[in-house]
Design a protein around this ligand. Sequence first.
Ligand SMILES: Nc1ncnc2c1ncn2[C@@H]1O[C@H](COP(=O)(O)OP(=O)(O)O)[C@@H](O)[C@H]1O
Ligand SMILES: [Mg+2]
Length: 254
Amino acid sequence: MERLRRLPRASTRSGGPHGRPHERLNSGQAHSHGIDPVRGVLFEGPPGTGKTFLAEIMAAQSGATFYLVTISSLGGRLVGESEQRLQAIYDDAATQHLSIIFIDEIDTITGHRDGDASSGSRLVNVFLTNMDGVSKVKNVITIGTTNRAGTIDHALRRPGRFDRELTFTYPAEQDRLDILMSGRHVTSGILDFVTVAANTQGWTAAELGAIWQHAGELAVRAERTAIWNDHFMMGFERADSSRAKKLKEASSSA
Ligand SMILES: Nc1ncnc2c1ncn2[C@@H]1O[C@H](COP(=O)(O)OP(=O)(O)O)[C@@H](O)[C@H]1O
Ligand SMILES: [Mg+2]
């Protein structure tokens, strides 16, 4: 089980309507206000658009106890082992003040429910038991990520389960500019971020990151301690051609 360290709340948290610190509704308060507490959120979007990245930021800033669950962290070879691990995470989360259970690539964990007692469908049952409104578990939010919401078990999408969705899309030009400029790279001179941002429509944050990777390698090869615009622009060209190659391979194998 991976329980990440509880980190201090972000100091940038804004004040509430009356200037008091904004308080989170716990599920008991939410009930008394006639609001159903959120139990499950799906992060949906293409690979590389920042779903896991946002989860990591949330882990650092939410003040919640954060559990990161991946298929490999659950993977037990013995029958029932992965369900037990998942249930243990829910049990531990229930004892905390506020918990976020983050299931990365939930479709790879649960798959389709095909009616038999396969490991995927037993895991779906663990989610259903722990997320349903009548369950005892309070103050636990489950977030799942998926590339395609349509591929996950329909039972998980019903009200009271993963009934909120956040869609991640390809970054727009201004976002690409921000992403390119957000890294902590040692640079020298003026880099032409504007041209690269303008010429990377349809690129994901991960693909933009590859530009820096290539540029860094070029700088090292040139025995420079900083990345210059030449490296950056050549890094863009390399990232562009390897991306084009991948897209071509993907379309010919489809
Ligand atoms: N908004 C962003 N700003 C800067 N870098 C980002 C942003 N979103 C994602 N990234 C970077 O892009 C890469 C892919 O993001 P990731 O969260 O793994 O995508 P996903 O989980 O959707 O497949 C990561 O290296 C991450 O650091
Ligand atoms: Mg991811």
